[in-house]
Design a protein around this ligand. Structure first.
Ligand code: C2E
Ligand code: MG
Ligand code: MG
Ligand code: MG
Length: 290
């Protein structure tokens, strides 16, 4: 301790450590109220076909406007909720919001798929029935729901998630491996999973313009994904040159700030409305270009 070091200034104390612990506690304590009081919301980021340039769907992304801490991003609160076991509560909240949104879009004639992120810790035996219940309650066909699991979440060491993944696949839901390229998945392992999509991690896509190595990784994932019969999605598409390069590589789907940032449900509706006005058609597989 500092005292044993001879009474000098206490150098090992970092205020930020205490602050971090306080924030953590505020997150853990505040979560139960956050769902009830509306400070937890879901934003939606569109995904578009690289070939046809049509809007295919959206990814649901959790947002938390904390009463004391302000606007929080999931990279801060998701790991905390995973550690405390509160992640299932978040997952079921986002799932319900996302499926309800898909129903509203269907009612407007928009057949958009919706993707929900699922932590490995939430992939237990009770999850597939919860998904089935949400789909039935809102009247949404299972093929419009994609469940995104990170590469590390479906790694060989995570065998416990396999029954739930298989069940969801049998139900007709789509499965995506998220943040692909950052984990340890081998080709052989990916082949054993009932997966429909790989999402290339944005770190590689963001680097494509400047790092030859990143472009090579992206190209390899596109080719590997297609060899396995998977749809390949690139996240983090921020500029037009990268979009062109991805289209030339044969990548199927793009998601990124170039197309749109994640939007509140209301703003996404406005964005879709403006597409419909400009294109005179309906977003969806056969909809207008963006
Ligand atoms: P993710 O699933 O890989 O989602 C994509 C992230 O990349 C989102 O960050 C999105 O805002 C960001 N992004 C999209 N396009 C671009 C771009 O062009 N440039 C850059 N720099 N970033 C882009 P976000 O919303 O902060 O979410 C971060 C992560 O938190 C997500 O990564 C996901 O792993 C996790 N997450 C979000 N919502 C949930 C949730 O409801 N449940 C769980 N378990 N995890 C969630
Ligand atoms: Mg995701
Ligand atoms: Mg991702
Ligand atoms: Mg990510």
């Amino acid at each position: 301790s500092a005292a044993r070091l001879g009474g000098g200034p206490v150098r090992c104390y970092e205020p930020s450590m205490g602050e971090r612990a306080d924030r953590r506690l505020a997150l853990i304590r505040g979560f139960a109220d956050a769902i009830a009081d509306g400070s937890l919301t879901v934003h939606y980021q569109p995904t578009v076909s690289l070939e046809a340039r049509t809007v295919l769907g959206v990814e649901a992304l959790a947002r938390w406007d904390h009463p004391e801490l302000g606007a929080l991003l999931p990279d801060e609160f998701v790991p905390v909720l995973e550690a405390t076991g509160q992640i299932t509560g978040l997952t079921l909240f986002v799932l319900d919001e996302a499926v309800a949104a898909a129903r509203r879009w269907l009612d407007r004639g928009l057949r958009l798929s919706v993707a929900v992120n699922v932590s490995a810790g939430a992939l237990d035996d009770s999850f597939p029935p919860s998904v089935a219940e949400a789909l039935a309650r809102h009247g949404v066909p299972p093929e419009l729901l994609t469940l995104e699991v990170t590469e590390s979440g479906v790694s060989a060491e995570r065998e416990h998630a396999m029954p739930a993944l298989r069940r969801l696949s049998v139900m007709g839901c789509r499965l995506a491996v998220d943040d692909f390229g950052t984990g340890q998945s081998s080709l052989a392992h990916l082949r054993r999973l009932p997966v429909d999509q790989v999402k290339i991690d944005k770190s590689f896509v963001l680097g494509m313009g400047t790092e030859a190595g990143d472009a090579a990784v992206v190209r390899a994932i596109v080719e590997m994904g297609h060899t396995l019969g998977l749809t390949v999605v690139a996240e983090g598409v921020e500029d037009g040159a990268v979009r062109v390069a991805l289209a030339e590589m044969g990548c199927d789907v793009a998601q990124g700030y170039l197309v749109s940032r994640p939007l509140s449900a209301g703003h996404l509706d406005q964005w879709l409305d403006s597409l419909v006005r400009e294109g005179g058609a309906t977003p969806g597989p056969d909809g207008p270009c963006v």
